[in-house]
Design a protein around this ligand. Structure first.
Ligand code: NAD
Length: 322
């Protein structure tokens, strides 16, 4: 039986990934600071522990695993990443985890290691025009990410690639672009735009306004979770050692995203634009390289994905203890 480790399995993408690995017949060891918030983990073993602790890392990555997915990170939407006050914590925590996990992989001869980098590594200068941002993989240098979260991801990419060159690991690196779906954070300050808008729209009554940061004309693309998992598995099991975008190419303004969700809700709502963190002006995935390298790119399913996410958040709010 093949074996896998999922670090960060108590989180959004990690939870979905464990389910997929079980479906593929793997024995799975999961690790996280906390249990999964929204469902019982499908993992064979779930270790509650802190990956900043080097000893813990060596104990849980104690033998050669066929695949390891390192998804644990200090993570959030733009309110968290662009707040400024969490920068030291984000860089310190995520970098410590990556250093520890890579050392444990080297010592245990676990070679095939997946790392999720982010669209946040791309330079600000290429993302000033909302209608024509450039996020092709080879535009990442000279580096100029717009957040310390992005700088940490960029350095981590280099760390994984370095362990590949110097210690025989086989890193597989994705640059995810805004992944969304059920079982992701939807309140508390770490949620991303689709979940935050779904929550606000579920809670709003006809005739009310929902608040949107900035003028609403900033663009993004959003990748539904099933496509993220499919891309992650395909990349990890491929021979491609360079970072690839895993994202959607369907660019929408934040206003359009809100309108799509309002339509799904069947409500009559207004949009009120308020001051708040917005990040770069435009960002969307460029899938030319993933198509060329994997012969695959994510399916575009924004509307269907939003319907499923909206229904799930509506359920969460209904069932929340009062
Ligand atoms: P998430 O916050 O839902 O999951 C991360 C998990 O890591 C959490 O459950 C958290 O408890 C765990 N974790 C944090 N510190 C830990 C520690 N010290 N020890 C053990 N566990 C720890 O985030 P996610 O959306 O599932 O993202 C997973 C990965 O993908 C992250 O590395 C993130 O940076 C990356 N990524 C995500 C997106 C996205 O849109 N969701 C985009 C780009 C990159």
């Amino acid at each position: 039986m093949k074996t896998a480790v999922v670090c960060g399995a108590g989180g959004f993408i990690g939870g979905h990934l464990v389910r997929r690995l079980k479906h593929d017949g793997f024995w799975v060891r999961a690790i996280d600071l906390k249990p999964h918030e929204f469902s019982a983990s499908a993992a064979d073993e779930f270790v509650l522990g802190d990956l900043r602790d080097r000893g813990l890392c060596h104990n849980v990555i104690d033998r050669q695993f066929d695949e390891l997915y390192q998804l644990a990170a200090d993570m959030g939407g733009t309110e968290f990443i662009h707040a400024g006050m969490y920068d030291a914590e984000i860089m310190h925590n995520s970098m410590t985890i990556n250093l520890n996990v890579l050392e444990a992989c080297r010592r245990s001869s676990t070679k095939r290691v997946f790392f999720p980098s982010s669209a946040c590594v791309y330079p600000q200068r290429n993302q000033c025009d909302a209608s024509r941002p450039s996020c092709a993989e080879d535009t990442v240098y000279p580096a100029e990410p717009d957040s310390d979260y992005g700088w940490e991801k960029l350095f981590a990419e280099r760390l994984y690639l370095g362990y590949g060159r110097c210690h025989g690991l086989e890193p597989r690196i994705a640059r995810y672009h805004n992944v969304f779906g059920p079982e992701g954070a939807w309140s508390g300050g770490r949620e991303k735009a689709p979940a935050a808008l779904c929550r606000k729209i579920v809670q709003a009554e006809d005739g009310e306004a929902i608040e949107i940061f900035g003028d609403g004309k900033q663009t993004r693309s959003f990748l539904y979770i099933s496509q993220c998992i499919e891309g992650t598995i395909r990349l990890t099991r491929s021979g491609v050692g360079e970072p690839l975008n895993i994202g959607s190419e369907q660019s929408v303004t934040i206003d359009r995203l809100a309108d799509l969700i309002i339509e799904i809700a069947g409500k009559k709502l207004f949009k009120k634009h308020i001051f708040g963190p917005t990040g770069v002006r435009g960002r969307t995935s460029d899938n030319r390289l993933i198509r060329a390298k994997l012969g695959w790119a994510p399916e575009e399913c924004l509307q269907e994905g939003l319907q499923l996410t909206y229904a799930w958040i509506q359920d969460q709010l209904r069932n929340r203890p009062r």
